[in-house]
Design a protein around this ligand. Sequence first.
Ligand SMILES: Cc1ncc(COP(=O)(O)O)c(C=O)c1O
Length: 430
Amino acid sequence: MNTEQSLSSLLPKSWYNLVPELDFKIPKPLHPVEERLASVEDFNWLWSSEALRIEFLQGEYASNPWIDIPQPVLEAYSQYRPTQLYRARGLEKHIGTRAEIYLKREDQNPAGSHKLNTALPQAFYAKSDKGVTTLVTDTGAGQWGSALSMASSRFGLATKVFMTRKSYDDKPYRRFMMRMTGAEVYPSPSSITRLGRQLLEQDPDQPGSLGIGMSEAIELVRSSQDHRLALGCMSYYAVLHQTVIGIETKMQLEALSRRPTYLLGCVGGGSNFAGFIGPFVKDKVGGSNMTFVACEPENIATLTSGDYRYDWADYGKHTPRISMYTLGHDFQPPKIHSGGLRYHGKTPVLSALVKNKIVATKTVSQPSVFEAGQILLKTEGILPAPESSHAIKAALDIASNANAQDVIVVCLSGHGYLDLKGYADELSLE
Ligand SMILES: Cc1ncc(COP(=O)(O)O)c(C=O)c1O
């Protein structure tokens, strides 16, 4: 077998559909305002038809644990997948741990993060719907917006992105990347929607939130028949697509004859982490000694101290009400540098895994996150996204007290080369 053949044998041909495999039920989505279940018909103006089928677990999604990846998406994946499972020996040495630490390198993906794994199928499915020309979305740090813009341009769609104003101002380079791949990018709140104008009138310095950006995106989709909404983190379809991360990790660990004892990832909406641990959940429930740790900022600690209840995914209450851990759809997040973790809710499947005590949570402070990122740069030459550094910090803590047989695996969700301003501010670099 040549290298190309052996890599392609590790490229998953299916996504793992976790929900039908769980031995508990996730409460179904409710209509945004009426006291009844939400239905596909309520939202066929908003999402592409396949995204809707996934979200509402229709057809094969109701029961089939393995969903074939369409050929055009597989071809796109094969340009960068499987991603490397990297043994961080320099980090192990630095901590003086007896455990092994591995990083699943989603930071090496085009566009710089795991987000492309779901952007590609979302663009492919939207393009397959007759008459759809444009995908609209919200983005925090710009990782999702730039991945979607890249994927849309591959499949011949236009992209419109509402970028939270704080990140729009602080992170111009991702904005430039989006524009280079053809997207229109608006700071959110923006002056092009009714909601945006109203919020700016109340406060011209309103920094924005992912919930506000999502409401603006929905408002635009509602007024344009050929536009559809794409979501990078909250949706179940994003989680489904991100299971390529976990499937590959499992195969790669098996090839090394290793069993993971800790799987860690950061959580914004929850998609990279849920996709990473999803394929391992059955093993844990079946008795394997494995700890899943969802890492979040201490001042946006949705899973650790939010309420588990029905809430809207967006600020303006347009989405179905979904059962999740939430800080409230109108939560105004503090201005932290990890723009992708400023979201008020966590995707229902991950929320349910936490509620059922299958996933543990950990909060980390902003200064410690940036120090952890700096340690990874010094020891391994890898600069993680501030979001991903939350998981690195948690891994450092766990590894410091770990046993020799522990295998700690971190989902390194993205790189931080366009987040250097955040690092400079936090580490007081001149
Ligand atoms: C690098 C990176 N990691 C993690 C996240 C959080 O998203 P999720 O929890 O859906 O993976 C983001 C979101 O923008 C991100 O850019």
